[in-house]
Design a protein around this ligand. Structure first.
Ligand SMILES: [Fe+2]
Length: 246
């Protein structure tokens, strides 16, 4: 009797044709993402062939590192859209930001000056090494100001790997969770893939994002998915339809 072992699909295979991405670094020269408009064009065109149909790109805003303002981001986005159109690239493309939860972020929240993914949904991140001491008060103040935090790549915060109970606490504190798609291919290592699988099984994720910074990330969509159960992943990919803007 012949035995066929079923191969896992590639990540690319799981991306539907109308996929809406809510996390990437495709604006040139604003952060550690795209390095030029040519680089942006190449990555965006490659992602389109995978199934990406709408882009909400999210440059970092980190005090003392990437001090982008809303105005700089919007200006760069407008210039980028014009350059894309000049190359017959007409897909919907808009900009928000990925906010590092630091002192500067607290001021921006008070000023009600955040670039959102949609309505009041704000993409936030923190250090991979440790959470800010005032994390829960930042999350509280953000919601008092009317915003909804979408925590980028919870699976990548190493300090939670030995304390996964904290993830439920973050959800109770009002965070939505955004999985980095590449995590399920093992791109960030086995441990991150395992935590991603645990969070998927626990139903803790709300949305997904590519978090594409460079062509290596784009090419890694050809890798096979390493997790066992694909159904919760497929569900949250569909959830991204919520962010459709055209
Ligand atoms: Fe990011």
């Amino acid at each position: 009797m012949l035995f066929f072992s079923k191969k896992k699909p590639t990540l690319k295979d799981l991306i539907p044709d109308n996929y809406i991405d809510i996390h990437s670094h495709l604006l040139p020269s604003l952060d550690d993402g795209s390095t030029s408009i040519e680089n942006t064009l190449a990555m965006t065109a490659a992602l389109r062939t995978i199934g990406f149909s709408q882009f909400i790109t999210t440059p970092h805003i980190i005090q003392h590192v990437w001090e982008n303002t809303s105005e700089q981001i919007i200006t760069t986005k407008n210039n980028t859209v014009a350059a894309l159109q000049a190359h017959q690239f007409e897909l919907p493309f808009k900009a928000a930001a990925e906010y590092f939860m630091d002192d500067n972020f607290t001021h921006l929240v008070q000023d009600q000056n955040l670039l959102t993914l949609k309505d009041k949904y704000v993409l936030v991140e923190m250090s991979y090494i440790n959470a800010p001491i005032q994390l829960y008060s930042i999350l509280f103040d953000l919601q008092v100001a009317g915003y909804i935090p979408v925590l980028a790549h919870p699976e990548r915060y190493l300090f939670y790997h030995t304390n996964t109970a904290e993830y439920r606490k973050l959800k109770k504190a009002g965070c939505k969770f955004q999985l980095n798609l590449l995590a399920v291919t093992g791109y960030y290592g086995k441990q991150v893939a395992n935590v991603a699988e645990e969070l998927l099984q626990g139903g803790l994720y709300d949305f997904v994002g590519s978090d594409v910074h460079h062509t290596n990330h784009v090419e890694s969509f050809n890798e096979r998915v390493k997790i066992k159960d694909l159904s919760p992943l497929k569900e949250i990919i569909i959830n991204n339809n919520f962010f459709a803007f055209e």
